[in-house]
Design a protein around this ligand. Structure first.
Ligand code: IMP
Ligand code: MG
Length: 173
């Protein structure tokens, strides 16, 4: 049977907000090249949509990580499944995430990327669930702050399904 999905953030709202974020990033990175780092797989839609609205030069790279945990909670011990193709040293990198939950994955990832000596490092996320935060993470660009509900769509999955939904929704039990 098909799951019932309640829309939390519509496709129109996402498109409008991501455009605004792209415009803000373009102003902030005036005169620079922004090196987008997409954290696979969840951030793929956000990264593509955001990149289309950035007017300064953009380069992109992709990384895939998995965090060890019991399935619902990330432990903070992160395994790199696919590393970046290019060096980040001297680059102005902008890490693009789909959602920040406990913050454990990003805390680890940001420390690891900083050690590779980029010129600057900032963080952009489509969604933020601050109620769930365990580790402090400083976010530079946030699309939407959402309540503590498990969401799917626009790259986010529930056991690998629903990434393709053009909106953010909640699976009704
Ligand atoms: P953190 O280390 O707890 O911040 O884990 C963040 C990761 O957990 C995200 O990149 C997502 O892959 C996943 N995640 C957290 N909350 C949700 C959700 O509501 N829906 C789908 N995936 C989520
Ligand atoms: Mg993710």
């Amino acid at each position: 049977m098909e799951d019932k999905i309640r829309v939390m953030i519509s496709e129109e709202e996402i498109t409008k907000r991501v455009k605004e974020m792209g415009e803000q990033i373009s102003r902030d990175y005036e005169g620079k090249t922004v090196h987008l780092i997409c954290i696979l797989k969840g951030s793929i839609f956000m990264t593509c949509e955001l990149a289309k609205h950035i007017s300064v030069p953009v380069t992109m790279d992709f990384m895939s990580v998995s965090s060890y945990g019991d399935g619902t909670e990330s432990s903070g011990r992160v395994k790199i499944v696919k590393d970046l193709d290019e060096h980040v040293e001297g680059k102005d990198i902008l890490v693009v995430e789909d959602i920040i939950d406990s913050g454990r994955t990003l805390d680890f990832l940001l420390d690891m990327l900083k050690a590779r000596k980029p010129a600057s490092i900032r963080l952009c996320t489509l969604l933020d669930k601050p109620d769930r935060r365990v580790t402090e993470v400083s976010v530079d660009y946030t699309g939407f702050v959402i309540p503590d509900e498990f969401v799917v769509g626009y790259g986010l999955d529930y056991v690998q399904k629903y990434r393709n939904l053009p909106y953010i929704g909640v699976v009704e039990q």
